[in-house]
Design a protein around this ligand. Structure first.
Ligand code: C2E
Ligand code: MG
Ligand code: MG
Ligand code: MG
Length: 287
């Protein structure tokens, strides 16, 4: 219920609400068709270790290759899939698919003496509402044969703030499977600092909006610096999202941010493109 409310945008006049509901039904049917015709695909965006200047892992990002609309971005279909519950099986598929890709990527770098690459997968709050679903995710992890310490699940802070008791149980269950948990888009929601020590988190992802405003706004920069410090003091890894230029890289380097992710370093790409990148010499310039 809550998750549906969250995504329903406020509309005035019942006509537009009706129209919105109809539109949602259309997208729902289209998603169903798309799943059936295997139109969904994962792209992978490299996440770079700032000290080493090397790929440390990836975030799996869903794409929809629509026969008429071309590539549809998740911003357009994830909210509907969450409202309809379709995100639950889709998310399970995404985890399985991402872990297959992770295995493939690790096999490429292993002979070069590179440490294992992590894989980060977005998980919707909807997927964590039932214990059954959490068990399914655990089963996917177990079946993959991958070492769970290199698997990260990204959760947004709204889940933790809206349903703290439920979230605590759900995240504890996941953590017991050995996977790592990241808090995504940190700073955009209601950002209650209290949850940082209440939940078994491993990584904090600073939202893109903070990173991109940073160089023009000293106050934003100080917020990023403070979040970095806080995370370090709490033994959390930090990933800065949406890094688009050298200036941002330099600031993040000064704040001793652990990992960076953004178009400046690498865009989300297909598994084949990533395989090619890793087979080459994927070294990224350090600021
Ligand atoms: P997110 O998890 O915060 O993912 C990061 C988003 O930032 C991605 O957008 C990525 O392409 C974009 N990004 C990365 N670097 C840059 C940059 O330098 N500049 C700019 N402008 N953007 C950058 P994308 O792929 O469109 O995904 C949007 C959101 O959709 C994700 O945000 C996530 O919340 C959701 N999503 C994507 N895939 C999945 C999935 O498999 N399951 C679930 N539940 N949600 C997903
Ligand atoms: Mg994410
Ligand atoms: Mg994010
Ligand atoms: Mg974000």
């Amino acid at each position: 219920q809550r998750f549906m409310l969250q995504h329903a945008s406020p509309q005035s006049g019942d006509g537009s609400l009706e129209r919105q509901a109809r539109r949602e039904e259309e997208v729902e049917a289209d998603i169903k068709r798309g799943i059936h015709s295997r139109e969904f695909e994962l792209f992978y965006q490299p996440i770079i270790d700032l000290r080493e200047g090397w790929v440390a892992g990836f975030e799996a990002l869903m794409r929809w290759r629509h026969p008429e609309k071309g590539t549809v971005s998740p911003g357009e279909f994830i909210p509907v899939a969450e409202a309809t519950g379709q995100i639950v099986p889709m998310g399970c598929w995404a985890l399985e698919e991402a872990l297959n890709a992770q295995k493939r990527f690790q096999e490429i770098v292993e002979p070069h003496g590179r440490p294992p690459l992590f894989m980060s997968v977005n998980v919707s709050g909807r997927q964590l509402l039932e214990l059954d679903e959490i068990e399914k995710l655990g089963a996917v992890v177990a079946r993959s044969g991958m070492d769970p310490q290199y698997i990260k699940l990204e959760i947004t802070e709204s889940l933790l703030v809206d349903e703290p008791m439920h979230a605590a149980v759900a995240l504890e269950q996941l953590r017991n499977k050995g996977v790592r948990l990241a808090i995504d888009d940190f700073g955009t929601g209601y950002s209650s600092l209290s949850y940082l020590h209440l939940f078994p988190l491993d990584t904090l992802k600073i939202d893109r909006s903070f990173v991109s405003d940073m160089v023009h706004d000293p106050r934003r920069e100080r917020i990023v610096r403070a979040i970095s410090r806080l995370a370090r003091d709490l033994d959390l890894n930090i990933i800065a999202e949406g890094v688009e230029n050298d200036e941002e890289m330099a600031s993040l380097n000064r704040f001793e941010c652990d990992y960076v992710q953004g178009f400046h370093l690498a865009r989300p790409q297909t598994a084949d493109q990533i395989a090619e990148l890793l087979a080459g010499k994927p070294v990224f310039p350090r600021p």
